[in-house]
Design a protein around this ligand. Structure first.
Ligand code: ADP
Ligand code: MG
Length: 213
């Protein structure tokens, strides 16, 4: 089991953002996580990544505590945030850094990026934060796909992509090996349906529906 969450609770400023969430993620799960804005989707993901402490309940990722053993947990999960972080490194520095810390060949990232028509060589000396929204997203996706993580989490990944970028992105996702798990936070079920085998709906901090499709 990749993720085991048992009755986890999280309160922000007196309001319950995660309300007794119980959820398991197994290898091979391809999840569409849906629900209106404010439902707690991003908070749930941030808890899995060890960015937030939970108030109560049990949460483990591959048997590890995401807060106490965050380095270990992040070796197994790739996360594409909704808003790309304001990284000042150049593209070249960034992919070399990721290559070192994730023990992978930066050329792999370049190869994945090229599949989405992002030419790293052309932009290598630009700082990451100066790329367009779509280019940042593509680079983050290329990094996540190169790291060969057990679980890839995408928080509304196509929000900044144009229709062509979106199509290339879905094409790439269809190439992710079966044994990897994916979790997409999305409002576009129609686009992602063919790539998922499980739908989870959240509302007001609760999982209100969880079905295999
Ligand atoms: N760091 C934070 N501090 C205070 N409130 C937060 C924080 N993060 C999220 N929230 C609140 O938690 C609720 C759920 O947010 P979020 O998990 O981002 O929802 P979703 O991703 O489903 O749109 C919202 O009401 C949001 O304002
Ligand atoms: Mg969100």
């Amino acid at each position: 089991m990749l993720v085991d969450a048992q009755h986890i609770n999280k309160t922000f400023l007196g309001s319950k953002v995660l309300d007794a969430v119980t959820l398991q993620i197994d290898s091979g799960d391809r999840i569409a996580l849906m629900g209106s804005n404010g439902a707690g989707k991003t908070t749930l993901v941030r808890a899995l990544l060890g960015f937030y402490h939970i108030d109560s309940g049990d949460l483990s990722v591959l048997g590890h505590d995401p807060v106490k053993e965050r380095v270990e947990v992040l070796k197994h999960i790739s996360f594409i945030p909704q808003l790309p972080p304001p990284v000042r490194l150049s593209i070249e520095e960034l992919i070399n850094f990721i290559g070192k810390t994730s023990d992978l060949d930066p050329r792999q990232i370049i190869k994945e990026a090229a599949k989405m028509d992002l030419d790293i060589a052309e932009h290598k000396s630009k700082p990451f934060y100066k790329l367009s929204g779509g280019m940042k997203q593509k680079l983050l996706i290329a990094i996540a796909l190169s790291r060969q993580s057990d679980l890839l989490i995408f928080d509304e990944p196509t929000a900044n992509l144009d229709p062509k970028g979106r199509e290339q992105f879905y094409q790439l996702l269809s190439l992710i090996p079966e044994e990897r798990s994916t979790l997409f936070i999305t409002h576009r079920l129609d686009e992602i349906k063919a790539l998922t085998n499980r739908m989870i709906y959240m509302d007001l901090g609760k999982v209100v529906e969880d079905e295999k499709i």
